[in-house]
Design a protein around this ligand. Structure first.
Ligand code: COS
Length: 389
């Protein structure tokens, strides 16, 4: 498998054509109006982009992870809000059901999800952000149901989703061990979303709280085994981080597209920006860092497709790509400023606001450094043990 194979280039062109035709024209207005573009959901589902991580057996498009990464990159290149909606639904909403769900759960929830009914993922809480083991949402068994109480914050597609996969404490075992996960449906008594958040970026995506007040959840809606929720969600995030890396890559590429177009087109006005080394070197650094980020993201995606252990690789990809995306957005703005332009009229300004989330969501850069360094230490210790055996 080579990511430069024609198969992947053809796939990229197919996604790009759709993104340019259907998504790009909405990018500015949905950001300005903080509007979730409901009208995009059906066309996205019809093209298979809302079931990318699910096999055809359950109504998905059965794309490889590499294709999924390319698709998120291309959507984010024109619109970060659409990128996050697609990424969160696929990686965080559908994938845990596909990976850990019973046959019955897969048949019940995946076809609807792939057809465009969004599924959210509820892990983060006001008192449990990076410390995912600090979950306070509680589930107890009463009369053959789980009863769930608590709240989840910063949930993508919280108001638009029809179902959500959420974690809750099911025992007093410390930290991660007492956490289980559940599939909840909107419309069940006591399960509501909060007010849509007023955000710095990704303002066309739907972010809000999820609240659970004595929500009665049938036992068959528990996902996997009791106490297994933390590990399921960690594995889910391992995969999700590839798509957040891809999102940052697409946004960074969008920033380079904007800066390059501006630098070249200013030639006509006598401002030979692209010939000035101060600008040219910035363009060169953006292109080089984006190529490096692309390599890390595609490597992690291909490792996942090959069934290899890829968790630390998705952390490398997300850590590097999100910081590259942020640097590219800042450089693009600096280039626009060099030309004395109104920065707010260009995509780079929106990208600069949108890309910040990539350093935070699905694990902050500090969390990625924890994952990477713990893996380094573990490998070192394993080698020591092997040598001394
Ligand atoms: N895959 C499978 N199992 C994993 C795992 C992974 N990626 N990461 C950890 N685990 C397992 C560990 O092996 C450990 O198992 P045992 O108890 O059997 O030994 C268990 O889970 C607990 O792991 P650990 O001790 O590393 O947990 P910590 O509380 O130290 O937390 C971090 C680890 C900080 C890495 C975790 O809490 C984390 O990723 N936080 C960020 C959460 C996040 O990204 N939130 C954003 C959500 S936005 S959608």
């Amino acid at each position: 498998m080579n990511f430069w194979d024609k198969k992947y280039e053809d796939f990229r062109q197919q996604v790009r054509a759709f993104a340019l035709e259907r998504v790009a024209p909405l990018a500015v207005s949905i950001d300005e109006e903080q509007r979730f573009p409901k009208e995009l959901i059906k066309p996205l589902a019809d093209e298979g982009y809302l079931g990318m991580v699910v096999s055809k057996k359950y109504g998905g498009s059965g794309f490889e992870t590499l294709q999924y990464a390319i698709a998120v990159e291309e959507f984010s290149r024109v619109c970060g809000s659409t990128g996050i909606t697609i990424a969160a639904h696929n990686s965080l909403g559908l994938w845990p059901i596909y990976e850990f769900g019973s046959e019955e759960q897969k048949r019940k929830y995946l076809p609807r999800g792939c057809a465009g009914e969004l599924v959210a993922f509820g892990l983060t809480e006001p008192d449990a952000g990076s410390d995912a083991g600090g979950t306070k949402t509680r589930a107890v068994i009463e009369d053959d149901n789980w009863i769930i109480n608590g709240s989840k914050c910063w949930i993508t597609s919280a108001t638009e989703c029809y179902a959500a996969v959420v974690t809750a404490k099911t025992s007093d075992e410390p930290g991660s061990r007492g956490i289980s996960s559940f599939i909840l449906e909107k419309g069940w008594d006591g399960f509501v979303s909060g007010k849509k958040e007023n955000k710095l970026g990704l303002r066309g995506s739907d972010t809000a709280f999820l609240h659970f007040s004595d929500v009665k959840v049938p036992l068959e809606n528990q996902l996997g085994e009791t106490g297994g929720g933390f590990k399921q969600f960690m594995k889910t995030l391992d995969g999700g981080r590839i798509s957040i890396g891809a999102m940052a890559l697409g946004l960074g590429q969008g920033a380079l597209d904007c800066a390059l177009k501006y630098a070249v087109e200013q030639e006509a006005t006598g401002l030979s920006l692209s010939k000035r080394q101060g600008v040219a070197f910035q363009l060169a650094d953006m292109e080089t860092e984006l190529q490096a980020a692309r390599g890390l993201i595609y490597r992690a995606a291909m490792m996942k497709d090959e069934g290899l252990a890829y968790g630390p690789n998705s952390a490398h990809a997300k850590l590097f790509a999100s910081e590259v995306g942020t640097r590219c957005a800042a450089k693009a703005i600096a280039i626009l400023e060099t030309g004395g332009t109104r920065v707010g009229e260009y995509a780079a300004e929106r990208i600069w606001r949108d890309v910040k989330l990539c350093e935070i969501g699905e694990g902050t850069s500090e969390i990625q450094r924890i994952v990477i360094s713990r893996n380094l230490v573990r490998r070192y210790q394993e080698e020591l043990t092997e040598k001394s055996a």
